[in-house]
Write a protein that binds this ligand. Structure first.
Ligand SMILES: Cc1cc2nc3c(=O)[nH]c(=O)nc-3n(C[C@H](O)[C@H](O)[C@H](O)COP(=O)(O)OP(=O)(O)OC[C@H]3O[C@@H](n4cnc5c(N)ncnc54)[C@H](O)[C@@H]3O)c2cc1C
Length: 455
């Protein structure tokens, strides 16, 4: 057998290394660098933003009664985008808490600008594939690019990879999907259409109010008034139209059409495609998922043009860089956040972030969408600490949480709050030469509050 070897070259030593440059990793890197840590950020793709580059609306800055639960870096980024007309105002929503529309190009530019300003050493086009361990502690991450393997040493590492790649490489325990059967939420190939005639859509809503997405506590007239005046709103339903299209032979993958509408731009963003069993660890499975997701877009376009008033002349505006995975692997951490914690609005002593977004489970079977709405809840620091591993924190979708709890914490603002907490904790650990578990929680909380995070 011919042997192929990769060179391993040493490339820097850092206080904090963040792996994964999505919204969570960006927040982690900014937070660590602002604490004075020499910080590296490693990202497999050629841009920063991850899944947020295919999602033009950030949900969940508020809980269901309009109280703000996320501040800090996430809030700062939105305000910076707003100042350059790259984000809409934030509108409250009784199910999603709140929605803010994001201009994806403006966000991608700002992401690069923000990490450069903060002095983060950013390495794109590099995938973390292995770690070096000193006993149970991660002390370096090995990243792969076309030149071979690059070894980056770090006193503390933050895994923001969405699937817990660093935890896995370090021998940590991860679980997949639902506790009962391991199945994960469905994935979606997001897309947007433009050229939508909103006045015609609103006329339809007046005639068939059942096609409006439910908006608890707000009557139909007020709902329509808000839809006509807000720059962005969460759209859904078209229930009667989908039922009719199905009766007439269309095979649509969902009973409703979830997404976000931008009336002033004549644009609608959709997450209506539905792909089951996309295995985040298997390229063959992911490839099948990309084909399946893309394959559903023409079907939805056909439905919109034929059945939905206002969409007759709509055209495809954009498609994502890759399929969006709502759920991947959950780290087994020092504490596992549960749906009961959320529904009880539990206030943990070691809280490092808050949430209030609904339990947005897109189920792997054909059960309806889960819309349980927790009150404002907190997330404990222990959920960021992988059991049995030292020198490592997790943030984002791979924190230690159940399938249901993660369905609420997975949205962008809450992910960024977790990233910010992990970044500060990693910097504090590196500065005092202790392992992240030994960081005094009161100090971590104080530093987060000083940085406008809400705990
Ligand atoms: C279809 C869909 C629709 C959604 N809609 C909304 C919405 O409307 N509003 C909202 O707020 N949230 C929404 N979400 C949730 C939200 O988009 C994500 O949960 C959030 O963007 C996750 O951010 P993240 O940084 O934790 O992970 P990601 O954005 O997935 O970022 C992880 C990054 O890590 C990189 N990476 C992975 N492995 C490695 C490795 N080994 N080495 C180096 N880099 C690596 C990836 O390339 C990626 O850039 C949606 C999610 C999906 C899937």
């Amino acid at each position: 057998m011919p042997q192929r070897c990769f060179d391993v070259h040493a490339d820097g030593d850092y206080d904090v290394m963040v792996v994964g440059g999505g919204t969570t990793g960006i927040a982690a890197a900014l937070a660590a660098a602002r604490e004075g840590a020499r910080t590296a950020l490693v990202e497999a793709l050629g841009f920063l933003g991850g899944n947020s580059a295919a999602v033009p609306a950030w949900l969940g800055f508020h809980d269901g009664v309009g109280e703000r639960v996320v501040g800090g870096i996430a809030q700062e980024i939105v305000e910076r985008l707003q100042r350059r007309k790259g984000a809409t105002p934030v509108y409250t929503d009784p199910i999603c808490g709140s929605v803010v529309g994001i201009d994806l190009s403006a966000w991608k530019l700002l992401a690069l600008e923000a990490v450069r300003e903060a002095g983060v050493d950013t390495l794109l086009h590099s995938r973390a594939v292995a770690v070096d361990l000193k006993g149970p502690a991660v002390c370096a991450v090995l990243c792969m690019d076309r030149a071979g393997l690059r070894r980056l040493g770090a006193r503390a590492v933050v895994d923001c990879t969405d699937a817990g790649d660093v935890v896995r490489a370090a021998g940590g325990r991860l679980r997949r999907g639902r506790e009962s059967d391991g199945l994960m939420q469905v994935a979606s190939w997001t897309f947007a259409v433009e050229g939508v005639n909103f006045p015609a859509l609103f006329d339809h809503y007046r005639r068939v109010p059942g096609d409006i997405r439910p908006f608890p506590g707000v009557d139909g007239g007020e709902r329509l008034r808000r839809m006509a005046s807000d720059e962005v709103f969460v759209i859904g339903s078209f229930r009667s139209l989908i039922a009719r299209a199905r009766r007439e032979g269309m095979s649509l993958p969902r009973d409703i059409f979830p997404g976000v509408a931008f009336p002033r731009l004549g644009r609608v963003f959709s997450v209506a495609t539905r792909v089951e069993e996309a295995d985040p660890l298997d390229a063959r499975s992911l490839t099948r998922a990309e084909f399946a997701g893309a394959g559903q877009v023409p079907l939805w376009l056909d439905f919109l043009r034929r059945y939905v008033p206002g969409f007759q002349d709509c055209r495809l505006a954009w498609t994502p860089h890759q399929i969006g995975l709502r759920e991947t692997c959950h780290t087994e951490g020092d504490y596992t956040l549960t749906a009961d914690d959320l529904m009880a609005g539990r206030q943990f002593d070691d809280a490092i972030a808050r949430g209030g977004y609904h339990m947005d489970v897109h189920p792997p079977d054909h059960a309806g969408l889960d819309t349980r709405r927790p009150p404002a809840y907190t997330i404990p620091y222990r959920c960021l600490l992988p059991r049995g591993i030292q020198g490592l924190l997790v943030a984002g979708r791979c924190i230690s949480a159940t399938h249901e709890a993660m369905a609420s914490t997975r949205v962008i603002p809450i992910g960024m709050a977790l990233g910010q907490a992990a970044g500060v904790a990693a910097a504090l650990a590196a500065r005092s030469g202790v392992e992240p578990r030994a960081v005094p929680v009161a100090l971590l909380q104080a530093r987060l509050r000083e940085a406008d995070a809400l705990l």
